[in-house]
Design a protein around this ligand. Sequence first.
Ligand SMILES: [Zn+2]
Length: 405
Amino acid sequence: MLKTYSLKHRLNVREFLYAYIAILNSMIKDIWETIEWEEIPIKGKKQKRLIPHYKKDKVMKSILRDRYLENWEYANHWVDSALKTAYSILGSWKKNYIKGRRKRNYPVVKRPFARIKQTMMKLEGDKLRITIKPYEYLYIDLSKRYFKLGSRIGEPILTPTHIHLPVEVDINLCPEENKNIRLGWDSNKMSLDGFSPKTGWMVIDIKELHTAHIACDNKRRRINRIAAKKLKAGKRLKAKYSQREKNRIEQILHRITNKLSSMGSKHGFEDLDKKGMFKKSKKWNRELSSTDWKTIVKHMDYKSSVELVPPYNTSKDCSRCGCVNKDLNGVIFRCVNKECGLKINRQPNAAINIYLKMEGLSHDVGWFDENVVSGFTQTGAEWKETNELVRSLYDTMKPQFYGVL
Ligand SMILES: [Zn+2]
């Protein structure tokens, strides 16, 4: 995972950066001039949409390259960097234009910056060497950095005052003793409930996430009332607070996923894309918002290893015998199969089902009794006989709680 850090520098690079954005802007204009506008009819309307197509083939690129290399006093690589940047700026302009967010004017870069390609830099101890002209280098002192230099550095951005350095962050949140633990996770509004045979039922408290969402909703409502009266001030407030909200929630989600990643090396979650069907069900009301869920899975993918499992019946299956109970009510799952008769808190029931799916195991009474029940004597309660399953299971699976905050 690359993370970008910014460091101040005191180098005199203004002149060079202005030269760089001058050719960059000029390249953008050159590419712009090759645009052919395709007319696309809009359904039910007389007007047509204009979709831009510009030249981006090898020939075009080499023509531009040669054109800008003439009279270019800095290293040739900067022309390549500018060319790449020009195309990426036009690419994002096009994307936004199609979404209706940009007008039909070519984008202009105003603030000086340059993208430093790998070929133009070299790390020499604590110094980053940048080639400005052939055999003429700039050195950026990284000794006062507050971050570790990982195994890989991405393409930094140089501005007149700063260097923005994308650094590979070596994430190793799972301690050695938990490396062989694999957990299945059920998501609920107030908690994430995990299960693995090695740890039993684990509960991560996520109430603060819920509280933060409520606080944000209240704030948003207040701001919307202001916006209804004072349009401009309201807009400003909205932008300011929505960013703050996002940051706060993002922070909480980072803490949650740091905790999750430290508990095991592999994590099973339900596949969100296949989950739309649950949206209107009771189950969904007890769950995390889908945005938070997406973020958690995304973070976990960076920080650990994730397996997505199909969500069908993860709450309805009996985690012991596999019988489906369609009639879910309350916090206790009751198995409808009289021979099994499992009674278990619905959260670990779902977590066990997710765990089984992650491991590719099918429901098996023997497996359950051996792995789910007998493994939990650490809480003090002993597993005795089958008919005691009902009474003792909750005790034997007494969850271990983890606050993350
Ligand atoms: Zn059962």
